[in-house]
Design a protein around this ligand. Sequence first.
Ligand code: KG4
Ligand code: ZN
Length: 346
Amino acid sequence: MSKLILAIESSCDETACAVSRDGREILADVVYSQADMHALYGGVVPEIASRKHIEKVSLVAEQAVKQAGVRLSDLDAVAATCAPGLIGALLVGANFAKAAALALNVPFVPVHHIRGHVAANYVAFPQLEPPMTALVASGGHTVILDVADYTHMTVVGASRDDAAGEAFDKIGRVLGLPYPGGAALDALSREGDPDKYPLPPAVIRDHPYDFSFSGLKTAAVNLIHNAGQKGQAVNRADLAAAVSRTVAQSVVPRVVAAAKDHGRRRVCAAGGVAANSTLRALLEEECRKAGLELYLPPLKLCGDNGSMIACQAYFEYMAGNLGDPSQNCFATLPASEDVCRYESGM
Ligand code: KG4
Ligand code: ZN
């Protein structure tokens, strides 16, 4: 019997809902993006995000059910992202999904957002199966995971401060690019010379897999400000190219090393920053040299979306990782933890 799951994603500034069948097939994917509104403030304003989720969540879910061409009574479970993310934003989606699950008398499945990003690869590549090494790089996270199974993974390395996306967005803002700056900076970098501005690598030297993006961010921002104080202008394309290359050169060798050290043959990437063209090109080159199979989802599945949560929800459901009506949400939680079993002590 096939399993139909409706899932809500509301961890940041997108109210998304998707319906999956058996985890791999997406019957509907509806998203309401708040990005334009947060762009007015140069970043996501948590309270506005929560309020917009409340306004849109029912509508987005209704549209997804319609698009999927299913009846509510056909659903086998209702899922929602419960960690990590903006706590107020998460609570909106989770409470909506819990209420829907209760009303439909089906299980509620809490989903980890980072596990969802990994699962974007299962949507894009229906034959792909763990084990594998995954890089998840987004606005909030930069993490290398050893994915032993769909619901079992360990954190091999992570950023100790800013996420890669945060660095892209901050540098983009100082360069006068529209928020969020990652995609615009990527486009600009294609016309630039990456050798013009030397920048510090975004790695922790005494740890083989950890990152630090705050030094890179500060170095690029200082470079722009210092040039401004001297009445000089930086070449925006050259700096964008230098930033993109520094991020790619910091991240890719560590991902390849993690795969080799853990005996994995497959590597996948996910998260908004996995859309970066320099990062994708270097991953392709280095994985080919190392004899690793690389999986890169299409750009629309890299950033936050409902499909990835609906897909991961299926695997959590099959593993028996269900939430009860008291299920809480958590602003931070490593992807190694099952959200349904986590106790915050609060
Ligand atoms: O996964 P995502 O949509 O949301 C989070 O979970 O954070 O990632 C958003 C991040 C933003 O920082 C955005 O600037 C960055 O992904 N991003 C990019 C590109 N496209 C989006 N960064 C670099 N190059 C891109 N092409
Ligand atoms: Zn995300």
